[in-house]
Design a protein around this ligand. Structure first.
Ligand SMILES: *Cc1c(COP(=O)(O)O)cnc(C)c1O
Length: 226
């Protein structure tokens, strides 16, 4: 084992000890080679997230002997790639429009799958990111609730860069309150038990606000090499 690999196992152990047991640790393995992913797997990680379909499919083939990996898709999803993402991933965190959700609903029926999805929301204005602003999402809830072939499990967020810790916490709390508000409306098909929020720079704050899934890349694998 190289020093780098030793470090990966050590970091996973530390994070696992530090976070509450009900919070799911998702290792973001984009641009990370499968050798390093195997180390993470051996250290106990079973959830891996990728943001590019082609890269993910190649890695899934290389890791096909690890049959209990749960794969998460976290990148912006073009409708033309939706079919492959539905068949190759257990979770899709990045549902960012009604149109995409409707397309996935149709494909899911064709494929006889019931994909687990999260709705990507922006608690603050952020032109650089995909997702619903809160009022727009509230407007689309009735339509989303009508999609019977998908399982909407909760919300996902990526906060803008450069906020203070206090602003981060406020924004995460806003997303948590939005999930509570949607839950109180008792939609039959909108479950709101999952909150995918928190990355390397802000995950302790996300957990404080009630995150159930943290997505960590650099904290586990080190800086990505471009
Ligand atoms: C890259 C990425 C992460 C992980 O970011 P780190 O800062 O490396 O922890 C989490 N979520 C999404 C959507 C990402 O694209």
């Amino acid at each position: 084992m190289s020093i780098e690999h030793f470090e990966i196992a050590k970091r996973i152990k530390e994070i696992t000890q530090e976070i509450p047991s009900q919070v799911r640790l998702i290792a973001v393995s984009k641009q990370v080679p499968t050798t390093a992913m195997r180390i993470a797997y051996e250290a106990g990680v079973r959830d891996f997230a990728e943001n590019r379909l082609q890269e993910a499919i190649a890695k899934q083939a290389e890791l096909s002997d690890l049959t209990d990996i749960c794969w998460h898709f976290i990148g912006h999803l073009q409708t033309k790639k939706a079919r492959k993402v539905i068949t190759n991933f257990h979770w899709i965190h990045s549902i960012d429009s009604l149109k995409l959700a409707q397309r996935i609903d149709i494909l899911a029926a064709e494929l006889d799958r019931k994909p687990q999805l999260l709705l990507q929301v922006k608690p603050l204005e952020d032109p650089n990111k995909y997702g619903w602003q809160i009022p727009a999402l509230l407007n689309d809830l009735d339509a989303l609730n009508g999609l019977k072939n998908i399982q909407i499990k909760g919300l996902m967020t990526i906060l803008p860069w450069g906020l203070s810790a206090e602003q981060n916490l406020t924004a995460f709390n806003t997303v948590k309150e939005l999930a509570d508000k949607i839950r109180q409306q008792n939609y039959s098909c909108l479950q709101m038990q999952e909150l995918s929020m928190g990355m390397s720079g802000d995950y302790p704050l996300a957990i404080k606000a009630g995150s159930t899934m943290i997505r960590l890349g650099r904290t586990i694998f080190g800086e990505r090499k471009y």
